[in-house]
Design a protein around this ligand. Structure first.
Ligand SMILES: [Mg+2]
Length: 439
């Protein structure tokens, strides 16, 4: 799916060191081979909603099977899309369980739903469902069974509907916008969609637990639907607001807002560091995977003639000593998150009477998780799951450890192209406070 500009680091044959898998260079310099297009020019403005209705029901498959699309007879392209999530928005289980027991364990969630959809259809809206179904990729649900279920739901609603089904992870899974982009590019007969006339409804809206009329309403399992709408730029409603005209509910914002990343701060804090014409030294980087260490080393330090040493192998410590002995400044590009791992390096510096400075990546946890999600999208060989393990072991460096100085490094991402920047500035995580969703 992706082509890294830099070659990946060699992987040790014994495979003992987990860090090397998450410490590679680097998410912000990766080029997607074929990301879904998000070209605003797609479609032609000369058409409006005058396309010919679909003659019969149709199934399509796209993106190497990561996307399945059902188009029912009568679906007509339109500049106006009424978008809906499906589970918990259009249907709920009959059993009352979170997940359906079988293909037939569903019912329309509110009696108001069919009439509302029919009205919108009469008013020129194209009704589209956008549903995440990771269970299909996991083999928990058979795609053929699920197709039968979709056809039954559409029949019961009695209105033409196009259903987009994201199978597995990646660009097509909400809150990423792949399903919408595919609709725009391929599934709307060239009719240009007017975003300001569209809306999206979903139950994954980040609402906290509430007491309503003596009954507890559980917190939403994620924010995927609300953030899907935000990433596209659509007006968002919850099912209760849209179908039942209930008042707008409170919701919890994600911890990191990628739409407002700051790039104006100085790189170092405090900003009193010099690296040019500096006597031979060792610089120790400290930071979790995804905090931008390798990017800094590969750009800032490489330019200044520092040797970049990654402690993936035992021989790299020997190499580090060799460089320092030859009077060559080095930067140690590893996580170095605990006192013990830093002590090993500081002992080398003391033995060799070489000063040692420490640079700590200054990236909030929520942004690190965002960075890892970004990296996952661009390079699936990287394992974000190691993150939590390392995070628990994190110990802030102190001068007592023997550093000459400790500085913070602010996160200033650079992108290979605009598409990547656009992707980075989307909400990529569907939950507050978790690197990956479990649903
Ligand atoms: Mg849902």
């Amino acid at each position: 799916m992706s082509i890294a500009k830099y070659p990946k680091r060699s992987v040790e044959k014994d495979g003992k060191d987990l860090e090397k898998t998450v410490d590679g260079r680097h998410p912000f310099e990766v080029v997607f081979s074929h990301p879904p297009s998000d070209d605003e020019e797609q479609g032609t403005s000369s058409h409006t909603s005058s396309s010919v209705p679909e003659y019969s029901d149709r199934w399509d498959s796209a993106a190497d099977g990561k996307l399945a699309i059902f188009t029912s007879a009568g679906v007509t392209a339109s500049e106006k899309i009424a978008g809906y999530d499906m589970d918990g928005t259009i249907i709920k289980t009959k059993s009352g369980w979170d997940f359906p027991a079988d293909t037939y364990d569903w019912q329309i969630i509110f009696p108001e739903v069919p009439e509302k959809l029919k009205n919108l259809h009469r008013n020129g809206f194209k009704i589209c469902f956008f549903t995440n179904q990771r269970g299909i990729a996991r083999g928990e649900i058979e795609l053929d069974d699920f197709k039968v279920k979709i056809e039954h739901i559409v029949t019961e609603l009695g209105v033409p509907i196009q259903v987009f089904i994201a199978i597995g992870d990646g660009f097509y899974r909400k809150p990423l916008t792949g399903m919408w982009q595919y609709l725009k590019a391929k599934m709307n007969a060239g009719v240009r969609i007017q975003k300001d006339l569209c809306f999206f409804v979903g139950d994954a809206a980040g609402r906290p637990e509430t007491l309503k009329g003596g009954t507890k309403r559980r917190e939403d399992h994620s924010l995927a639907d609300r953030l899907f709408a935000a990433n596209i730029g659509l007006t968002f409603y919850t099912p209760e607001v849209h179908f039942l005209n209930e008042p707008v509910e409170h919701w919890n914002k994600p911890d990191f807002d990628p739409t407002s990343i700051q790039d104006e701060m100085a790189l170092f804090d405090p900003d009193d560091l010099t690296f040019e014409d500096h006597p031979c030294e060792m610089v120790i980087m400290v930071g979790l995977p995804g905090s931008g260490k390798s990017h800094l080393c590969g750009t800032f330090f490489q330019k200044r003639g520092y040797k970049i040493v990654n402690l993936n192998t035992r021989s790299s410590l020997i190499a580090l000593k060799g460089f320092l002995q030859a009077g060559q400044s080095c930067v140690v590009d590893s996580t170095n998150i605990d006192v013990a791992s830093r002590r090993k390096l500081l002992q080398v510096a003391v033995e060799m009477k070489i000063p040692c400075r420490c640079l700590v990546m200054n990236v909030p946890e929520a942004q690190v998780k965002h960075n890892l999600a970004f990296r996952d999208l661009s390079d699936s060989s990287v394992r974000s799951t190691v993150f939590k393990m390392l995070q628990e072991d994190y110990q802030e460096p102190t001068l007592d450890e023997g550093f000459k100085s400790i500085h913070k490094v602010n996160f200033k991402p650079k992108f290979a192209d605009e598409k990547l920047e656009k992707l980075y500035k989307m909400y990529l995580l569907e939950k507050i406070g978790s690197a990956k969703s479990s649903i």
